[in-house]
Design a binder for this molecule. Sequence first.
Ligand code: PHE
Length: 447
Amino acid sequence: MGNGTENREQWGSRLGFIMAAAGSAVGLGNIWRFPYVTGMNGGGAFVLCYVAIVFTIGVSVMLAEFVIGRSAGLNAVGSFRKLKGGAWPVVGWMGVIAGFIILSFYGVIAGWTIAYMIKSFTGLMTLAAEGKAGDAFGAFVSNPTQVVLYQVLFMVMTIWIVFKGVGEGIERYCKVMMPALFVILLILIVRSVTLPGAGKGLEFYLTPDFSKLTGASVFAALGQGFFSLSLGMGCMITYGSYLSKKEILPSAAITVTFLDTMVAFLAGFAIFPAVFAFGLEPAAGPGLTFITLPNVFAKMPGGMIFSFLFFLLLFFAALTSSVSLLEVCVAYFKDEMGWTREKASWLLGGIITALGIPSALSLGGHFPKIAGKDFLDVMDFISSNVLLPLGGIFIALFVGWVWLEGAKKEATNEGKAPFAWETAWVWIVRVVAPVAIAWIFVKGLKW
Ligand code: PHE
């Protein structure tokens, strides 16, 4: 148990690590969740609020996670045990549990992206042109065999990459998929903003209307920020544990936060102008991507290709995130229980896939609702809005109060690499982040 840091796998290069960490951060959260959460919370004002939260609390918690992980060189639970012990490993435990829960429903939605890549060429455009994209989506998600099949297919790919290891698996695949993702996103943006009538979408997206910014939207921005940056569950602790001691952590945290925010922001440029250009609803909720966008694509010349590219983009984003979720769990069972990577990947991946089946079935009404919500939404709520912010509070408190000197040493590479925002960082993790998260949490914690 708790085998030390010797012989531990490491990232092959700085770029490889940045691509893997950005790959974890950039996911369904940016492209599927951010635009509809923005749409439901009034557009521009929400975007501003989101950016403010992410570049204060988000980047600071991310640095805290990198620092904990690299210093201990262990998984999320082992890191807390090694650095302090006591009840702190519970924070890591919560993270591992969040990993199980998030990946269980994440794999379901990611599976849809594979189905939709295929559907782009097999009739989706015709159905959408006839105004039946919503019915098609409904029929698809209520077909249990289909949904589970695509979920399993996606999970097998995730397990395969994690099974190949940190350098040979995660890093290698992220280094290909992330640049591809940027290129596809740029193509889609150019298409979207050059559509006649795109201006109204840009206006909705960029003009802040502060009257729409309620307490609930600040809460949504915080939950979205943690989910999108993969924070609060030990993911960045685990990825940090594979980093070399030479790496400069503060700049890595800024780079990853910047890339993640950029992709979310750009995804809005790909989506809102197109949605408005065709007179559709921006606040369409989780169906925005799978119902509204096929309508948009069906009306464009070459729509099939753009539809395929969009779902390919979503698929790449999802896969580089799902591997990080599984890696949190695998690293724990590997470090603490002495399991091999092979056993941990396949067994845990299998359990998580099984846990996801209720989520997979819930959208078609094949699984009972809980307090009036679909099982998948309940899982999403518990993890993004409860476990991640709670994890974030404890990670911030741990670095700010319990292990501050150690954290400062690690963040500055033993004083060799001082960084300009150190004082700000310390006060954010000590006071601003815990108070803000706790406050927003208490105010916003309702269905
Ligand atoms: N950040 C990922 C996304 O935006 C989701 C995720 C959350 C991944 C937590 C890892 C940990 O889709």
